[in-house]
Design a protein around this ligand. Structure first.
Ligand code: TRP
Length: 347
């Protein structure tokens, strides 16, 4: 069994443990604020966060603004993206009283953990990270120091609050491995400070974008949670299908049709195959109408909650989240410095 299958096989027990013993877990997860959150985010991670919160698991969500510049030159419209993400979290049901939402850049002590952590990994370990390699290839740029070391930075994101459970997609598994290695080596060298966190893999299959490729804002194939019903209809109507009348589920040969089936299926909680069977010879027009109606109905509540929120609400949530994250990061950094013998002034 490879390490991915081994991790996947542990998920049902781990998920059950979060229900039976929520007090044993502290969750840290997050994303890069590169654009509006979309359905892929919702089914990939946000729904799981809301579920963990409902079971009483303490949760931290980092909007990793410094990670935005790992594979691109411009940070983009960070202010708008950060506020938008916070509002989507609130609309999706994250409660800022129990979930701490913060940005990297507002928590300086978190970044200082990077220095001792970098001393615990070798250059060849950094170069071996498959996700870093894939992002480097996709960026079409030279490897920056930040891209090479960002998995270590991500270890600081997780360990600053002693997170021991990290809900992530498959592509972030190598970073959780790096985090475990760093925690273990730090504890061996300086005495036990950190937990060795476990990854919690999403149980939803990855939702393709409307063209069958990975759903991504940069491909223009995403359905943003905050789109209007008309924008959603336009995006789905623009999606390319094929001229075959019969609707069949065949992701390899019919990526467009299959992506629409998967989109409708995930929001309806059905299988793509059953929707294909139901549509039969009805054609792509009928499939699009079904998908539009299903997505818009699914997102209607989210969108009406979103409409009732303002940027000020996001700012208030961040103010509280930043203060809490800073307090925790400062306390952890103090512990780290004490463990390392860098405590010079206390008696
Ligand atoms: N690398 C994650 C992504 O791009 C985002 C992220 C940053 C993250 N820090 C994290 C995820 C800590 C989990 C834990 O999706």
């Amino acid at each position: 069994m490879d390490s991915f299958s081994a991790t996947a096989a542990r998920m049902p027990d781990l998920r059950q443990a979060t229900i039976d013993h929520p007090e044993r877990f502290r969750v840290l997860t997050g994303e890069r604020p590169t654009g509006r959150l979309h359905l892929g985010h919702y089914f990939g991670t946000i729904r799981e966060r809301v579920r963990l919160q409902a079971h009483g698991v303490e949760t931290f969500v980092v909007l990793a603004d410094y990670q935005v510049i790992t594979d691109r030159d411009s940070a983009g419209n960070l202010r708008e993206n950060v506020h938008g993400a916070v509002l989507d979290y609130l609309a999706a049901g994250l409660d800022p009283r129990s979930t701490t939402i913060f940005t990297h850049s507002a928590v300086p002590a978190l970044h200082q953990l990077l220095l001792p952590f970098l001393s615990l990994v070798t250059e060849s370990e950094l170069h071996r990270n498959p996700t870093v390699k894939a992002e480097l290839a996709a960026s079409g740029r030279a490897l920056s120091g930040l891209l090479l070391t960002y998995p270590v930075h991500q270890a600081a994101d997780i360990l600053f609050c002693k997170g021991n459970l990290v809900p992530v997609g498959k592509d972030n598994l190598p970073h959780v491995e790096v985090t475990r290695t760093i925690a273990r080596r730090f504890n061996e060298r300086y005495g036990r400070v950190f937990p060795e966190p476990q990854a919690l893999l999403s149980d939803a299959p990855e939702l393709p974008g409307l063209d069958g490729r990975k759903m991504s804002k940069s491909y223009g194939n995403a359905i943003a949670l905050g789109m209007t019903a008309d924008e959603t209809a336009a995006a789905i109507n623009r999606a390319r299908t094929d001229s075959e009348r019969a609707i069949t589920y065949d992701p390899d040969d019919r990526p467009g049709v299959s992506a629409l089936l998967e989109t409708a299926a995930v929001v309806l909680g059905r299988s793509p195959q059953s929707i294909a069977d139901e549509l039969g010879a009805a054609g792509a027009g009928a499939l699009k109408r079904l998908a539009i109606e299903a997505v818009n109905e699914f997102l209607a509540d989210h969108r009406s909650r979103l409409a009732a929120l303002t940027v000020r609400d996001a700012q208030e949530v961040l103010r509280v989240g930043h203060e809490r994250a800073r307090d925790i990061a400062t306390a952890t950094l103090r512990e780290v410095r004490t463990a390392m013998g860098m405590d010079y002034t206390s008696v």
